[in-house]
Design a binder for this molecule. Structure first.
Ligand SMILES: [Zn+2]
Length: 253
């Protein structure tokens, strides 16, 4: 290799890294519903489209929708009550609550734009207020734009990794920093969603202390082969309950 070509490589690598940072800065915006500044590189319409497109496949992975219309109506009733009494109503998102037939996996999750899912296995363990807590938490992920944020973060880290591997052979190291960052964001996402969930429960007239019961149910249900979405990003359950208590005190439940 020609002498000095490594300098050019490092220069190009640094240029790519600089580009990633500039792009991330220009993609920063304040979330009007949470007040939090975050990196987003898609519109609300795109979030809704991603959610609507992915929903059937997600449902299929959980045995499809639960066949009993009455239980589905009940999930809709609680979900809509949360939306109608909170800032969720003022967002462009199109909320759709799905009860999944899966009676083995204890889980609930949200796709960007308003598609919310709960498995029958989890649903069957909850009273109405606890269901409101779970759905409120998932609405929190939608309003917090957590999926969109994570997509933007991962494209940022992909660009950084590319720059690093051009400049040197350090792609692996930077790649692992990226992973950690994603996980850290994940923990923050869960805590923000818990807090929003508590707020939405209070707004809709539910007892927010039932959110603490939800945490206990999830903790009890989580065996070695069951990692519910609620625990997938591993905030310490006790820490989470403590934060929920703080949120209840903050919003005057
Ligand atoms: Zn969550």
């Amino acid at each position: 290799m020609r002498r000095g070509s490594w300098k050019i490589r490092i220069f190009i690598g640094l240029a790519i890294v600089a580009f990633a940072f500039i792009q991330r800065c220009s993609n920063k915006e304040e979330n009007p519903y949470t007040g939090r500044e975050q990196t987003i590189n898609m519109t609300s319409e795109q979030e809704i489209a991603i959610g609507v497109q992915s929903a059937p496949e997600i449902a299929q992975q959980h045995g499809g929708l639960y066949p009993d219309e009455r239980l589905q109506s009940f999930v809709d009733f609680v979900g809509e009550k949360l939306v109608d009494n909170s800032i969720a109503r003022e967002t462009p998102y199109e909320y759709d609550f799905h009860l999944l037939a899966d009676d083995q996996t204890i889980n609930a999750f949200a796709l960007p734009g308003g598609q919310v899912f709960i498995t029958y296995a989890l649903f069957s363990q909850l009273n109405e207020a606890q269901l409101a807590g779970v759905l409120g938490h998932e609405i929190g992920h939608v309003i917090g734009r957590h999926s969109a944020e994570r997509i933007a973060e991962s494209s940022f880290w992909q660009t950084i990794t590319m720059g690093a591997s051009v400049g040197a052979d350090a792609g692996g190291i930077v790649g692992s920093i990226g992973q950690n960052t994603l996980l850290k964001n994940g923990r923050g996402d869960e805590l923000e969603s818990d807090e929003l969930g508590v707020l939405f429960m209070i707004n809709a007239g539910y007892d927010p202390t039932e959110m603490i019961e939800v945490m206990k149910i999830l903790k009890a249900a989580a065996g070695p082969n069951r990692v519910p979405e609620f625990q997938s990003s591993h905030p310490d359950p006790e820490n989470r309950i403590e934060k929920i208590r703080e949120a209840i005190a903050k919003y005057g439940g």
